[in-house]
Write a protein that binds this ligand. Structure first.
Ligand code: PMP
Length: 424
């Protein structure tokens, strides 16, 4: 035996079982599996009508277009598509995203855009780059569960400000802004979970107040294109440019607002393509952190997404998605009107994937989910969307993933379960 290797017999008594659970980092210990997460696993059974996930309708995925795009990518530049690529993203896709955003009034340059592995990764990278343990993030209440999960890992604290039917209650923001949050996280369009949209007046007020207090904003906008009625409202990042007097035709991105987009809801979530818009100093940091996380998002997926999206397909496809989801939203609203008692309230979203039920105070919606699963219908209990709370008398209902018939039946079943609870 070479002298530098010690015979295993030298440690006859010391063989120990490796116990990974004793070696967990604090952040992993803090994120215990929750009761709700365990219950939600049950919602994936095929006989359950699930309003729980945030899933797009699989039957409208553009499978044929993606297949043709894969063939073209492999035929025309297969080796490049299978190779490592820049962390910032596949250059033609970054250019396409810049053109795409310009049409929605967001005027940025290619160096401001980093392609991410879904916008969920953008949230995580924001955490890595910006959040120290104990930093306070100002957010809506309720807010996107996935952002809380991402930032809990960086030991963020939250300053939560309530929402109403017009989105974040900007009139209640000032005190929280004075408390010195790291940034404000806001979902202006068809918010997840509540489906509400920040009104234009409030958008203007928000931008003015954030500028006054010097609080930067993270604008998460996965659903902005999925509007089923009413006019498109300008994004916070665009209003920020306007507020600071950037004239049309000038380079308008100032960098006070980080903007997050994704192809998950307009093309397919399985491609895992999102992006973040940031000033170049933050792009540099994000790129460093992304290198450590995954080097870059899949070159192949980016090339395929580019190939599918170029030439106007994405816009045509979004029109189709809107018409399908509009019908499903209307089906859910009609079923709620038909089956639910007036003591329950719900939002009437102008777009997106979700609506939000508010039950009388004191109804435990985790228990309600138990009852609902027995009737083979599912939703996400509201507490998950409130930082630091376990339960809240609300339910998030997704309407994009079920057909109108299933929606009608699922809401009927849910109404029975709710009626029983309200009588109890
Ligand atoms: N932000 C919000 C508000 C979301 O609802 C979602 C997905 N449900 C994401 C980010 C993450 O989406 P993805 O990673 O698929 O882009």
């Amino acid at each position: 035996m070479p002298p530098h290797l010690v015979a295993s017999s030298a440690f006859p008594e010391t063989a120990k079982e490796t116990r990974w659970s004793d070696r967990l980092a604090q952040r992993a210990v803090a994120s215990q599996a929750s009761v709700i997460r365990e219950l939600l696993k049950l919602t994936q059974k095929p006989d359950i009508i699930s309003f729980a996930g945030g899933l797009p309708a699989p039957e409208i995925f553009p499978v044929a277009e993606v297949r043709e795009a894969c063939e073209r990518v492999l035929r025309d530049h297969g080796a490049e598509a299978l190779q490592y690529s820049p962390t910032e993203g596949y250059p033609p896709l970054r250019e396409l995203l810049v053109r795409h955003m310009k049409r929605y009034g967001i005027d940025v340059d290619v160096p401001n855009v980093v392609v991410t592995t879904g916008s969920q990764q953008a949230l995580d990278l924001i955490g890595r780059v910006l959040i120290n343990p104990g930093d306070r993030v100002l957010c809506e209440e309720p807010t996107y569960l996935g952002a809380l999960q991402a930032w809990n890992a960086y030991q963020a604290q939250y300053l939560a400000v309530p929402i109403d039917d017009d989105g974040l209650r900007v009139e209640l923001l000032e005190q929280a802004m004075r408390a010195g949050p790291k940034f404000l996280y806001v979902l202006p369009n068809f918010q997840n979970p509540a489906g509400v949209t920040l009104s234009l007046d409030r958008r203007h007020a928000l931008v003015a107040m954030a500028s006054h207090y010097g609080v930067p904003i993270v604008e998460d906008d996965p659903y902005g294109q999925l509007r089923y009625e009413g006019e498109h409202l300008p994004s916070i990042v665009a209003l920020d440019a306007e507020f600071h007097g950037c004239a049309h035709g000038e380079r308008t991105f100032r960098g006070d607002v980080l903007y997050l987009g994704t192809l998950s809801k307009t093309l397919a979530p399985g491609l895992r393509i999102g992006w973040i818009v940031a000033p170049e100093e933050i792009v540099k940091r994000i790129v460093q952190m992304k290198q450590g996380a995954d080097l870059h998002s899949s070159t192949f997926a980016q090339a395929v997404a580019y190939e599918v999206a170029r030439g106007g397909f994405l816009d045509r496809h979004v029109q189709h998605i809107r018409s399908v989801y509009r019908e499903r939203r209307d089906a859910m609203l009609a079923a709620l009107d038909r089956w639910f008692p007036r003591t329950v309230r719900w939002t009437r979203p102008q777009g997106g994937l979700f609506l939000w039920l508010s039950l009388p105070e004191g109804v435990n919606t985790t228990e309600l989910l138990h009852d609902a699963l027995a009737e083979k219908v599912a939703f996400v209990p509201g507490g998950s969307f409130f930082p630091g709370r376990v339960d809240a008398p609300h339910c998030r209902l997704n309407f994009s993933h079920s057909s109108p018939d299933r929606i009608e039946e699922g809401i009927r079943r849910l109404s029975l379960v709710v009626a029983r609870r309200l009588r109890a």
